[in-house]
Design a protein around this ligand. Structure first.
Ligand code: SAM
Length: 185
């Protein structure tokens, strides 16, 4: 999708999109690189036009699967152009889907990677999404969240007893805080 088309969708639906450009190639490669070689079953929240989706697919083992959840139907149309039988696209709201991730039918959930703008979501809803997602992870699974604001860091920390790493990613417009919570063994 062109930057202009992304911008038009972002302006129309700014409260949900929360960005005016897709994730940069540099940041997307680095985010996808956080997924470990033994991670087979991945869920992406807020896949947008697929900037990160394409990079995650490159890291998947041949028997892996990526489920991309996206609420905006214009972005979903764009995601459907990705020809890859390891990708399943769901046009729905993460706050509904995350209530029961087992319904998605994955054998387990190794990693969830999320770009939905938590700063634009009611605190209670955001906390519920984060709690439900973290609880659904397999042992040693990862919940990776990239955001323009570190607001959710304390919520994540309290869930995973501080078993969290984070970094600042300046090579994106606007820069991201990337937070990685690991499920305790
Ligand atoms: C910051 S953009 C990231 C887009 C893309 N992942 C990227 O890295 O370029 C956030 C995306 O989350 C989607 N989104 C926001 N709230 C959502 C929700 N509750 N459920 C599903 N998708 C949502 C938006 O439509 C948008 O595509």
């Amino acid at each position: 999708m062109s930057l202009l088309s992304f911008l038009k969708i972002a302006i129309k639906d700014y409260w949900r999109v929360g960005a005016i450009k897709p994730t940069s190639d540099f940041a997307a490669k680095k985010l996808a690189g956080l997924i470990e070689p033994n991670h087979k079953f991945i869920i992406e929240y807020g896949a947008g036009d697929g900037a990160l989706t394409r990079e995650i697919l490159k890291t998947l083992p041949p028997d892996g699967l990526l489920i991309a959840v996206e609420i905006n139907s214009s972005f979903v149309k764009e995601l459907k152009k990705i020809q890859n039988n390891q990708l399943l696209i769901i046009n729905d709201n993460v706050s509904d889907i995350s209530k029961n991730l087992t319904k998605l039918g994955l054998p387990k959930i190794d990693a969830v990677i999320s770009g939905i703008p938590f700063s634009h979501i009611k605190a209670e809803t955001g906390k519920e999404i984060i709690r439900n997602t973290y609880q659904s992870l397999a042992e040693s699974g990862m919940f990776i969240i990239y955001q323009h604001s570190p607001r959710i860091l304390p919520w994540l920390k309290s869930l995973c007893n501080g078993n969290i790493q984070w970094y600042f990613e300046p090579r994106n417009f606007l820069p991201y805080f990337v937070m990685i919570a690991r499920k305790q063994d």
